[in-house]
Design a protein around this ligand. Structure first.
Ligand SMILES: [Cu+2]
Length: 619
């Protein structure tokens, strides 16, 4: 890919590759594919020239060894790259100006300093540098070479850097509140007491092997079938998810992934006002995916899949053991003890497909879980180190937008919005989203005791109504209904989106971060499928102003009845910081579910295998 562009477009050493991705063929071609058919192998790269900061998109036909298109994209900033992250840290750490300003603060051992570069939203950038690829940096000091890099923020000091030239444009020396004596270490060797020894081994053993098969990237398990993919931006992607219902292969979803993540810090103070991370669009969840290790990240009989990404020179790099496939026992699937004392119990087994991403101080652990009863669960665990800030004096209280977590140290409130993109195909592409609200019927002659509970079903007819909000009062949920297919009782087959861990944006619509990501203003969006509509906060959210993404896509008010629909579910962590999240945050777990609703003719797991405990009976 890179060599073809270097040869045909004179991509020289001053260029960098922001991304390389295989272009997914159109849905119709993928669905028509049978083994043995040739598939086009095209890749798309986003590159920019560091000399003039111009961005190009290049499409290459790998089989034909030729460039298909080469397009200048004006006024955009491609995602930042992991290479730049390291380059900035290295370059600024030896910069005389940085060394000087730190020595004035009593910091002289530069090997203990971490320089953490962040991106900007355009309106928050210094006006004179808005035409540059601009980074701003936090500085942190480790107490020791193996100490927590994020325990000691160097307050009131930001470095503004031109990412193309690594030129230090400004040292913003706003204030110095010193380095409070905090209890910030998490490695047992640096703590007293360190590590307890009161856990006995817990082994997950599957002596006869696992119950799933992986053939290439196709995973089959307990009636489920799907393909597992990966790219620089979304990380893991799941494709062509179907359920074998008594011999009939039934579609559930065409493609599921995370399309954006927006993390606005909700503290207006100097140290945090520019902190609005778009971790997927500005950096790429795939680039930040970390290798998993057996017995630590995943327990039991594990199958790993490697991922291949590119570095900023366009060279391939492999993330070993990037994705993890395994089965888990999850207590009881269904059970009944009959009056005569006999019992039927089925253990619940679930298939977990997961990956972990480390986004500087934070980690996101992503789990898609498939269940024998047709349920799909999407879970995210947020863990890692919170951003903290020192207070000016011992007598200061934490500001209203943060929680005191240690001596003279507070953690600002922030939110992690995750946008899950789900191209559902419930029994095929023709689907309609129906909003379901529950309410109590008024007391009447027919309802004398006021017991009647009823549901109201509202089809979402077109994209002018694309943004939907959760409603606690009505226990709102959504169904993706196939109007062309019925179950044995005559109702339309459907999958239900059971909302979980959704929260309002709580942002003024005129605020810069909201304008860049109005997708966070609703909890569910529904759009008509369009392969060009992938990134709900815009194709290029780095240094963006707004006006891109989902709110532009819905302007044509496309029909949504009996259409190929894409759902965008917005959930995450509304992080009102806790003292217990310090100095290392125990996983905060958030999730939502997709559940069959009249998709099957009855409980599809009645025929799930009985457990066979050795020498014992469940009866
Ligand atoms: Cu958080």
């Amino acid at each position: 890919m890179a060599s073809i562009l270097r040869r045909d477009q004179r991509v020289s050493e001053s260029w960098r590759f922001a991304s390389i991705e295989m272009q997914e063929p159109p849905k119709v071609e993928v669905k028509a594919w049978t083994p043995g058919d040739a598939m086009p192998r095209k890749a798309i790269a986003v590159l920019w020239d560091r000399e003039n900061n111009e961005t190009y998109e290049g499409v290459v036909d790998l089989a034909a060894d030729s460039v298909v298109s080469w397009t200048h994209i004006p006024d955009v900033t491609p995602n930042f790259t992991v290479d730049e992250y390291h380059d900035v840290d290295e370059a600024l750490r030896v910069h005389p100006g940085v060394v000087k300003v730190l020595s004035e603060r009593g910091i002289t051992d530069m090997s203990l300093v971490l320089i953490d570069v962040w991106t900007y939203g355009r309106e928050v950038m210094p006006a004179q540098w808005r035409d540059r690829r601009l980074g701003w940096c936090d500085l942190w000091l480790r107490k020791s070479p193996t100490g927590n890099p994020y325990a000691h923020p160097i307050s009131g000091l930001k470095l503004i850097v031109d990412m193309n030239t690594l030129e230090l444009l400004d040292i913003e020396d706003h204030h110095d509140y010193g380095l409070p004596e905090v209890d910030g270490e998490y490695v047992p060797e640096l703590r007293d007491p360190g590590e307890r020894d009161d856990l006995k081994p817990l082994d997950i053993v599957q002596p006869e092997g696992v119950s799933f098969t992986l053939d290439g990237n196709e995973l089959t398990w307990q009636n489920w079938k799907m393909r597992v993919g990966f790219n620089f931006r979304e990380g893991m992607t799941l494709h062509q998810i179907s359920f074998n219902d008594q011999g009939e292969e039934r579609d559930v979803a065409y493609r599921m992934s995370f399309a954006e993540m927006v993390v606005p810090y909700r503290d207006p103070g100097y140290d945090h006002y520019r902190r609005t991370a778009f971790d997927i669009g500005e950096w790429g969840l795939g680039y930040m995916t970390t290798s998993l290790s057996l017995g630590c990240d995943c327990l039991g009989e594990i199958t790993y899949i490697d991922a291949v990404i590119n570095n900023s020179k366009g060279e391939p790099e492999t993330i070993k053991q990037a994705m993890c496939l395994h089965e888990e026992d999850n207590a009881v699937l269904w059970k009944h003890v009959d009056g005569d004392g006999s019992a039927e119990v089925r253990r619940m087994r679930r298939m977990v497909v997961s990956f972990h991403a480390t986004v500087a101080n934070y980690e996101y652990l992503v789990y898609w879980r498939f269940y024998q009863d047709g349920n799909i669960e999407c879970e995210v665990r947020a863990t890692g180190a919170m951003v903290t800030t020192p207070l000016e004096s011992d007598s200061d209280k934490a500001p209203p937008s943060g929680t005191l977590v240690d001596t003279r140290t507070y953690a600002p409130f922030h939110q992690h919005f995750i946008v899950a993109r789900m191209d559902l195909d419930v029994d095929g592409e023709g689907n309609t989203l129906v909003e379901v609200d529950s309410s109590a019927a008024p007391i009447s002659k027919d309802n004398p005791y006021g017991l009647a509970l009823q549901t109201q079903q509202t089809p979402i007819a077109s994209e002018k109504d694309a943004g939907r909000d959760f409603n606690w009062e009505t226990q709102r949920a959504w169904k993706v209904v196939n109007p062309n297919k019925t179950n044995k009782l005559g109702s339309n087959t459907a999958y239900k989106i059971v909302p979980g861990d959704a929260f309002p944006a709580m942002l003024d619509e005129s605020s810069p971060v909201y304008k860049r990501a109005p997708v966070i203003g609703h909890q569910l969006w529904v759009t008509a499928e369009d392969p060009a509509e992938r990134w709900p906060a815009g194709d290029y959210p780095t240094q963006s102003v707004g006006g891109e993404g989902i709110t532009t896509w819905i302007k044509d008010d496309a029909n949504l009845i009996d259409e190929d629909l894409v759902l965008w579910y917005v959930f995450g962590v509304h992080h009102i910081t806790r003292i217990e999240d310090w100095p290392m945050m125990p996983s905060d777990t958030v999730s939502f579910w997709l559940k069959p609703f009249g998709f099957f003719d009855q409980n599809p797991s009645l025929d799930a295998p009985r457990s066979k405990p050795k020498g014992m009976s469940c009866h």
